[in-house]
Design a protein around this ligand. Structure first.
Ligand SMILES: Cc1cc2nc3c(=O)[nH]c(=O)nc-3n(C[C@H](O)[C@H](O)[C@H](O)COP(=O)(O)OP(=O)(O)OC[C@H]3O[C@@H](n4cnc5c(N)ncnc54)[C@H](O)[C@@H]3O)c2cc1C
Length: 419
């Protein structure tokens, strides 16, 4: 494990090979949005829960996300209110309540960086789409904007398209992770990534304990009633170890682009093209450490860009932006790009899953939210599962972990790559 705990040495009585133990109700592995959300709910419910993070809090997919609290519109764009769209439809309301301090978790200190994600087309939307927007399920989720209400970038006389406001806000992800972790710093611990041989599993596929080792070689056994694998890509380790046929993971890559823009247009929008109902590009805007604005660009550009090297991806993005915003000068903009995987349960043909994934195997739970916006739903599903199993809070003695370090917060990708 690689950490020195002075208190352990004090506690060694006689035999310095003596094994120390920690007993809690629930151990969570992984400090992304899901692990932290779950930790909050479990502790509110009185469970003795602790969380281990092997790197930085939020530093997996969570800090690389665009922070859009999807309500399903993006998935409904091909003309049907799909299962994916339905699953995620309630999420903006759930998050709004939390952001107003009236929900399951108090997120009233997390800034909403845009109240709406917009949808724009560079030419008139098709009749099919206009008809689709008239659909009852969507009417309350999308608002046609008059020019006066357009984001500043579309106020230009050369812009000829249409703009809609979606009922999907964009939130400040670093602040979200900070606020989720803040009340629970006493039970969040940094570890080195668990290796297979540190997970002790009996012949009935139950975890008997997790094993940690101090710098001085003492062993610490961590016993829990349940072990929740909320480690994103890190869940692969337990899946391999168990060789359980019903759980498999997929990685869907994206080649994201970041642009430090030389003008003051914050933009939160999906661009629709007439050829495809997938957003051609999805832009969110973030403030960098040196007080500049960065556009963070995903969408089809990022999905198709996985076969391009960084230089070609940047050239493609520059061409796209020049085409979409011919009235803007990008010559002084700073571009960069990077690849990142979305981590999901394996789907036929590697498609996007419709909703959250949760698999309970004896005293383990393996889960992926598949969307940041779905972390509250996945947590609700787990709480319900624990109620059904009649798991009740009973153990919480973390004294042996008192001197264990807390993982730091991650660094936003726009600061890491553009500053
Ligand atoms: C480019 C991109 C943009 C996205 N945009 C959006 C968006 O706008 N809206 C939206 O709803 N969703 C979005 N998503 C999806 C969203 O980011 C993820 O679904 C969500 O963040 C997953 O959270 P998580 O906590 O499950 O995983 P992660 O954030 O990946 O966290 C897992 C954590 O586990 C830790 N870990 C790994 N192995 C171990 C181990 N062995 N022991 C302990 N800890 C371990 C990792 O260090 C990490 O901190 C986006 C994803 C990507 C890639």
């Amino acid at each position: 494990m690689g950490y020195y705990w002075p208190f352990l040495l004090q506690n060694i009585v006689g035999d310095n090979k003596m094994t120390r133990t920690v007993e809690v109700d629930i151990v969570i592995l992984g400090g992304g949005v899901f692990g932290l959300w779950l930790l909050n709910r479990l502790r509110q419910a009185g469970f003795g829960a602790i969380l281990f993070e092997s790197n930085t809090l939020g530093g997996g997919q969570t800090y690389k996300s665009q922070g859009i609290i999807h309500g399903g519109m993006k998935y409904a764009l091909h003309g049907n209110w799909t299962e994916s769209a339905q699953t995620i439809a309630d999420m903006p309301t759930v998050w709004k309540q939390c952001l107003e301090g009236k929900g399951d978790i108090d997120l009233s200190h997390v800034p909403i960086i845009s109240p709406h994600q917009h949808l724009w087309s560079s030419s008139k939307l098709t009749t099919k789409l206009t008809k689709f927007f008239a659909n009852f399920a969507l009417k309350s989720r999308i608002t046609y904007l008059e020019k006066v209400d357009y984001p500043s970038i579309f106020q230009h006389p050369d812009f000829k398209g249409e703009v809609y406001a979606l009922d999907e806000m964009v939130i400040d992800i670093p602040a979200l992770i900070r606020e989720l972790a803040k009340p629970h710093q006493d039970v969040i611990f940094k570890i080195s990534p668990f290796k297979e041989d540190q997970l002790h599993i009996d012949k009935n596929q139950n975890i008997t304990y997790l094993e940690a080792t101090t710098l001085s070689g003492e062993k610490l056994q961590i016993h829990a009633q349940r072990y929740v694998f909320a480690a994103g890509a890190g869940n692969e380790m337990i899946i391999k170890k168990l060789k359980y046929p019903d759980v498999a993971m997929q990685r869907r890559a994206l080649h994201m682009v970041l642009v430090k823009i030389p003008f003051a247009h914050s933009l939160y929008a999906h661009c629709l093209s007439l050829g495809s109902m997938l957003p051609r590009i999805t832009i969110t805007t973030h403030q960098t450490r040196d007080n500049q604005l960065a556009w963070y660009i995903g969408g089809q550009l990022a999905e198709e860009g996985i076969h391009r090297d960084s230089k070609t991806q940047i050239t493609t993005a520059q061409k796209e932006l020049r085409q979409l915003f011919p009235w803007l000068d990008f010559s002084a903009a700073q571009f960069t790009s990077f690849m990142i995987d979305r981590i999901e349960p394996l789907q036929p043909n590697g498609k996007r899953p419709d909703g959250v994934f949760l698999k309970s195997i004896n005293n383990m739970i393996i889960a992926w939210p598949t969307k940041l916006a779905l972390a509250p739903k996945l947590t609700n599903d787990i709480m319900q599962h624990l109620r059904q199993e009649q798991l009740s809070p009973c153990k919480h003695d973390t004294r042996e972990l008192r001197a264990w370090p807390i993982p730091p917060l991650a660094k936003p990708v726009w600061d890491e790559l553009l500053c």
